[in-house]
Design a protein around this ligand. Structure first.
Ligand SMILES: *[C@@H]1O[C@H](CO)[C@@H](O)[C@H](O)[C@H]1NC(C)=O
Ligand SMILES: *[C@@H]1O[C@H](CO)[C@@H](O)[C@H](O)[C@H]1NC(C)=O
Ligand SMILES: *[C@@H]1O[C@H](CO)[C@@H](O)[C@H](O)[C@H]1NC(C)=O
Ligand SMILES: *[C@@H]1O[C@H](CO)[C@@H](O)[C@H](O)[C@H]1NC(C)=O
Ligand SMILES: *[C@@H]1O[C@H](CO)[C@@H](O)[C@H](O)[C@H]1NC(C)=O
Ligand SMILES: *[C@@H]1O[C@H](CO)[C@@H](O)[C@H](O)[C@H]1NC(C)=O
Ligand SMILES: *[C@@H]1O[C@H](CO)[C@@H](O)[C@H](O)[C@H]1NC(C)=O
Ligand SMILES: *[C@@H]1O[C@H](CO)[C@@H](O)[C@H](O)[C@H]1NC(C)=O
Ligand SMILES: *[C@@H]1O[C@H](CO)[C@@H](O)[C@H](O)[C@H]1NC(C)=O
Ligand SMILES: *[C@@H]1O[C@H](CO)[C@@H](O)[C@H](O)[C@H]1NC(C)=O
Ligand SMILES: *[C@@H]1O[C@H](CO)[C@@H](O)[C@H](O)[C@H]1NC(C)=O
Length: 690
């Protein structure tokens, strides 16, 4: 035989890996680290940006408008004064080579003058309590940016003219982005530092026991608490309802942009709306809370327990909210706790009521991220084969606007996913589509989120999508309608959802799907939906003016208080209604579940083979994660007996015996699995005599 298994695998691997490095004729960028900048080696993500000459590459790197060309490459054990070379780039080099946007390969970079800068997002490798190990960036009270966060290495901006021919550019990392300079009473070091309290805006932060246990390091969660006019710490008899306002990293801003909107803040502080008009009225007396809960994957944890980010739902609801109730004069009862928010915060707020009917009274969820994955943005996730294109060839779009009543597409789902991939592989870009893989999906066998589709091609993996169902809120509600959780009764009249039919991110689709499923079960009015035809993404619930909205929330609380017109029945806030338990979430999607999903190839043979048996032998290729592409080969006495052949997961393959059974050779099935983000792995069956 002219080749061996080892050789066959090596040959394939070499072809796959060699492509990006065969670029002697193209553009090469050699990146070094100046002496003394790094005192130990680091892993991370290199992001190399070419902006038009004279423009700061960081000015605009948004997918819809950026003039930049961006290239990313993972770095392993980078150290001063070593150099890393970036060149080429292809669909197959996302893990070890270059991947770029909008040009995948550096060789396609148009010849012209650029303003060039490179960054290194540093990763730390951390083993989590379930035995999974990931290499990620831990944010630092900075809102988890995709690039140039505190601690990142950077080069200075350099003017370069790209010639289009063979060319080498040398750049040096010579600076580290400074950390946030918190001047408040900071606890926990470089992690969600605290700001300085003002009269009505208080910053709290606690070390989460549960998150720290999962991550194997100190993890903190914070809140910005806006107190109402007239609040007196000492008057503990006077207590206030709390509006939990969910959404992206607020920095030092209070809920509803308290510290960013002067008119709002001054009315709030003075306790009077329209102070100088005949319509002047008191501000609603509420405590407004927003959370600081950035994670190693995003600026917002989605405020639920999930196997990739950890027990954030518990950290907020079981640790931080009790701390808030202890520290401030709140009414610590479900009817006096409202969940609200828009977009990401729309999903967070809905999920928190739906998973915790025992804790909150109602949710007012505006233009939420998909509540029902029959439409994940515009992707029909359960039926489509590709996340970027429908079967009839139609492109699936991601971002739009309307001009003069005409829809204008700003980015397709493919474009946005490809752009994200420059900032991080294995869902580590800190961007939107990646965090959905993280929070809705489970852990992959590679320890990173089990992505529902291939980030480059868009091919959907139904086996991975199946795991999203526990975060599909319509599926969760309808499958717990009766029974122990009894959500059909317990959630009735407590869910309020608003969306504009011109939502910039097509999120109206998921609301309609959710509406149709819960309404089919509960009848019209089971939950309250508002659709406004001309509206896009943004604004308060039902597009209300801020004071109208807060008065609506205040009115709901008053009506549902024990003294109100329609008190919230005790029976609907029972502990049995609760879901999203951390232990269940981890058992469903953590390391043990990922390992249990795997199986080695097995050859089936009669227990006692008969002499002179010529019947074919059957074998299973084993179980692998969704999306693995598999290749099998039969080994005779450890040597390949054939060319490797492609197989499907869980396929049964057959070995045709050339000889009668005579115990003359040992037969094994070897299967090699490959997938983006996974190390190539070969698994062998036990041998059987043939
Ligand atoms: C490495 O540098 C950092 C920051 O400059 C410093 O805090 C740390 O102590 C240094 N570590 C070693 C091993 O020198
Ligand atoms: C780089 O180019 C910009 C505009 O093209 C120019 O203003 C600037 O002076 C140049 N910088 C250097 C260091 O040459
Ligand atoms: C590379 O990017 C430029 C500018 O975005 C574009 O015009 C060009 O078509 C791209 N080339 C390839 C091969 O994709
Ligand atoms: C490093 O960057 C900081 C800003 O983050 C800047 O103030 C400083 O001058 C830079 N140092 C060098 C050597 O370029
Ligand atoms: C604290 O930091 C804030 C914002 O960074 C700044 O406005 C304020 O002046 C600082 N306070 C002190 C005492 O340095
Ligand atoms: C609350 O009580 C503390 C200690 O008794 C006192 O120092 C403080 O002034 C009081 N605050 C108000 C607003 O009455
Ligand atoms: C209301 O009137 C007072 C006194 O005339 C003035 O100082 C204040 O700016 C006015 N406020 C608004 C919101 O117009
Ligand atoms: C493809 O199907 C979608 C959904 O049914 C439809 O909206 C679209 O117009 C179709 N596109 C083409 C090119 O037929
Ligand atoms: C929209 O209408 C305005 C005013 O008629 C016009 O100036 C503008 O060009 C139109 N925009 C588009 C995209 O048609
Ligand atoms: C890379 O993948 C994209 C998305 O599937 C595809 O459109 C493109 O043709 C591929 N390019 C190459 C060179 O295979
Ligand atoms: C839905 O809720 C809004 C806000 O509370 C209310 O104005 C509206 O009447 C409700 N709709 C229905 C059908 O109950």
């Amino acid at each position: 035989m002219a080749w061996t298994l080892t050789l066959a695998v090596c040959t394939l691997a070499a072809v796959a890996l060699a492509a990006p490095f065969h670029n002697d004729d193209g553009l090469r960028v050699e990146l070094s680290v100046v002496d003394g900048l790094l005192n130990r080696s680091t892993d991370g993500r290199i992001i190399l940006m070419f902006a038009p000459a004279g423009i700061d590459p960081l000015d605009d790197y948004d997918v819809t408008s950026s003039p930049d060309q961006i290239f990313g490459k993972n770095a392993f054990k980078l150290q001063s004064p070593e150099a890393v070379t970036l060149s080429g780039g292809s669909n197959f080099s996302t893990d070890l080579g270059v991947w770029g946007w909008p040009n995948v390969s550096m060789n396609d970079l148009p010849a012209q003058s650029y303003s060039v800068q490179a960054f290194l997002t540093r990763y730390e490798t951390q083993m989590r309590s379930d035995g999974s190990t990931v290499s990620v960036r831990f944010p630092c009270g900075d809102g988890a940016p995709s690039i140039d966060g505190p601690g990142s290495l950077k080069t200075s901006i350099t003017n370069v003219t790209v010639t289009g021919g063979s060319q080498t550019i040398e750049l040096a990392f010579d600076n580290i982005t400074a950390g946030q300079d918190f001047n408040g009473s900071e606890i926990g070091g470089c992690h969600q530092g605290n700001y300085e309290d003002t009269t009505y805006l208080k910053y709290v932060k606690i070390r989460s026991e549960k998150l720290s246990r999962f991550w194997g390091r100190d993890m903190f969660v914070g809140a910005n608490v806006v107190l109402p006019h007239g609040y007196n710490t000492n008057d503990t008899a006077k207590r206030y309802p709390v509006i939990y306002s969910q959404g992206h990293w607020p920095g030092d801003g209070g809920a509803f942009r308290y510290s960013r909107d002067e008119a709002f803040a001054s009315a709030w502080n003075e306790g009077v709306v329209n102070a100088n008009s005949s319509e002047s009225r008191p501000t609603p007396k509420l405590i407004l809370v927003t959370f600081r809960h950035e994670t190693p994957f995003y600026d917002d944890s989605y405020a639920v327990n999930n196997a990739n980010m950890g027990p954030w739902g518990d950290a907020i609801n079981e640790e931080l909210i009790p701390y808030i109730d202890q520290t401030f004069n709140t009414i610590a009862q479900p009817y006096a706790r409202i969940q609200e928010g828009g977009s990401t915060g729309g999903w967070d707020s809905a999920a928190n009521l739906i998973f915790r009917p025992d804790l909150f009274g109602a949710c007012f969820s505006s233009y939420p991220d998909s509540l029902d994955f029959h439409r994940h943005q515009a992707i029909p996730l359960y039926t489509a084969e590709n996340a970027y294109q429908l079967a009839n060839g139609s492109i699936i779009n991601s971002i739009r606007t309307f001009e003069n009543d005409t829809e204008v597409i700003l980015a397709s789902t493919a474009q946005e996913n490809h752009w994200e991939l420059t900032f991080g592989t294995s869902s580590r870009s800190f961007l939107q589509w990646d965090v959905w893989q993280t929070v809705f999906g489970v852990q992959g066998y590679n320890n990173y989120p089990l992505e529902a589709w291939d980030k480059v091609t868009g091919e959907i993996y139904p086996g991975a999508v199946e795991y999203w169902k526990h975060m599909d809120l319509a599926h969760y509600i309808t499958s717990n309608w009766d029974g122990e959780k009894n959500l059909g009764e317990n959630l009735r009249n407590r869910i309020f959802v608003y969306v504009g039919e011109r939502d910039d991110y097509f999120l109206n689709g998921g609301v309609h799907e959710f509406d149709s499923r819960v309404t089919a079960k509960g009848g019209p009015g089971w939950a309250n939906f508002t659709y406004i035809a001309q509206n896009g993404h943004g604004g308060n619930y039902q597009d209300r003016e801020i004071w109208d909205y807060l008065e609506l929330l205040s009115g709901w609380i008053e009506d549902h208080s024990p003294e109100g017109a329609t008190p919230l029945p005790r029976g609907v806030t029972v502990p049995s209604a609760r879901g999203n338990y951390w232990e269940e979430v981890l058992a469903y999607g953590g390391r043990e579940a990922a390992v249990a999903r795997q199986a080695s190839p097995v050859i089936y043979q009669h227990e006692k083979p008969r002499k002179h048996d010529t019947s074919a032998l059957k074998a299973s290729v084993g179980r692998w994660d969704p999306g693995m592409s598999l290749e099998a080969v039969w080994l005779l006495d450890s040597k390949p007996s054939c060319q490797p052949f492609a197989v499907m997961p869980e396929q049964t393959v057959t070995y045709e015996r050339k000889h009668r059974w005579s115990r003359h050779a040992k037969l094994q099935l070897a299967v090699t699995g490959r997938k983006r983000g996974y190390e190539t792995e070969t698994r062998k069956s036990e041998f059987v005599w043939i």
